[in-house]
Design a protein around this ligand. Structure first.
Ligand code: TRP
Ligand code: SF4
Length: 400
């Protein structure tokens, strides 16, 4: 078994906003302290929908990476890279495409949904149909077992699991499989080998799932096994082939509650965002001109926070004391809306100030940003190469 490895990608959308920060980046920043993390710019994925206008992708990539760094994604903790700089993703995507049933791709819900939604684009392309497979390759090439994504992406993770399973079943049963497994059991040593065999029997004959878990733990800790033997015995345990590709699981991010300036979810397409680079005056102006409870026409009319988008922002930014003050003041017409908005403005400005300071430093030193990405690409490539060597071998593309 591999230790936990987290991987996530973001399409290059240029400057990020507070919705990205509260919905995605804060989570990445927490994960990087806990796990080995890989975060990448999915620039090839951007091409699946922007193939007719690709020229903005590069600038959007650098801008987004600066925002990641400014928000606190730490290149000393996580590996940051650009998808198209690690060519192995393309090779795995190609090889997987040979064994991917068309029907699986056609049934991924985002395929028809997006085609219907983005009517201004012709998305009846090969690349767009293959979007989830490219995403599967992104994940499987690092044997990442945890993939933080939003709810909309869960079918893509499920798809990646099915692809890994199919791959292992097709190519994990090497010639002499059983003999190699037996030889690997010997390497475990007498006592551990016997334990493994007993647990394997308990699982395969009686469906004992505790025995399965215990045997997996035993393999994970066995220092005497190389990677290939470990995969062999993981598969042998369950009666499947060698587990060359790891089945990933979604690490569901709690749906972002970050409301936009109009009470809908914050999103560029609703034009209701505050960018991470928004200057303090603009933040103030945007919040001061936000709509409030429509029933509160005059200052003397009492309002109802439940009908007000500003109240939703207080849920993100204010403590109990301020929230009590708002509810009390609003419902009794004791405070005005501008007064009510001020603590939100202050909190947003305080949140953004340190990010903007870091962003300025990175923007002034593009070479540093490039170095971070270059080092990240090298690291990612090294991991990807290890997987590809095994993938090629298992598919008979060895040529040595
Ligand atoms: N499809 C993802 C999105 O639109 C981006 C992405 C591409 C991704 N490859 C990935 C996310 C691999 C997680 C893992 O948000
Ligand atoms: Fe909204 Fe605050 Fe005005 Fe009440 S006082 S309507 S919560 S902005």
């Amino acid at each position: 078994m591999h230790p936990d490895r987290v991987l996530s990608g973001m399409r290059p959308t240029g400057s990020l906003h507070l919705g990205h920060y509260h919905g995605v980046l804060k989570n990445w920043i927490a994960l990087q302290r806990q796990y080995e993390c890989l975060f990448f710019v999915a620039d090839w994925h951007a091409l699946t929908t922007h193939y007719d206008n690709p020229l903005g992708i590069e600038a959007a990539t650098w801008q987004m990476v600066i925002d990641w760094l400014a928000a606190g994604v730490d290149p000393d903790k996580a590996t940051l890279f650009i998808q198209s700089r690690v060519m192995e993703h393309a090779e795995l995507h190609l090889l997987l495409s040979m064994m991917t049933p068309l029907g699986w791709l056609e049934r991924v819900p985002t395929y028809k949904d997006q085609q219907e939604k983005l009517t201004d684009k012709d998305l009846s392309t090969y690349g767009f149909l293959g979007y989830p497979l490219l995403q599967a390759a992104d994940i499987l090439i690092y044997r990442a077992n945890r993939v933080p994504v939003g709810e909309d992406q869960v079918p893509h993770i499920e798809f990646a699991r099915e692809i890994a399973r199919r791959f292992n079943n097709l190519y994990g049963k090497e010639p002499g499989y059983e003999d190699k497994a037996r030889a690997a059991i010997k390497k475990l040593g007498g006592k551990a080998g016997k334990q493994y065999e007993a647990m394997r029997t308990a699982y395969q004959q009686a469906g004992d799932s505790e025995a399965l878990a215990a045997a997996r733990a035993l393999l994970a800790e066995a220092g005497s096994l190389g990677q290939a033997d470990r995969e062999r015995l993981m598969g042998f345990l369950e009666g499947t082939g060698k587990q060359i590709l790891t089945e990933p699981g979604a690490l569901l991010t709690a749906a972002s509650k970050m409301p936009g300036l109009d009470g809908q979810k914050m999103s560029k397409s609703y034009n209701n965002t505050i960018a991470l680079g928004e200057d303090p005056e603009a933040v103030g102006k945007k919040v001061r001109t936000m709509p409030t409870d429509p029933a509160r026409v005059r200052r003397t009319d009492p309002g109802n926070p439940d009908n007000c988008p500003v109240w939703q922002l207080h849920q993100v930014y204010s403590g109990d004391e301020v929230k009590t003050w708002v509810r009390q003041g609003c419902t009794t017409a004791g405070i005005g809306c501008l007064e009510c908005k001020q603590p939100v403005i202050d909190a947003m400005q305080a949140e953004l100030a340190p990010m903007q300071e870091r962003a300025r430093a990175y923007a002034a030193d593009p070479a540093r940003v490039r170095r971070v990405i270059e080092q990240g690409c090298d690291k990612a490539r090294e991991l990807a190469r290890q997987t590809m060597a095994e993938v090629r071998e298992s598919m008979g593309l060895h040529y040595s």
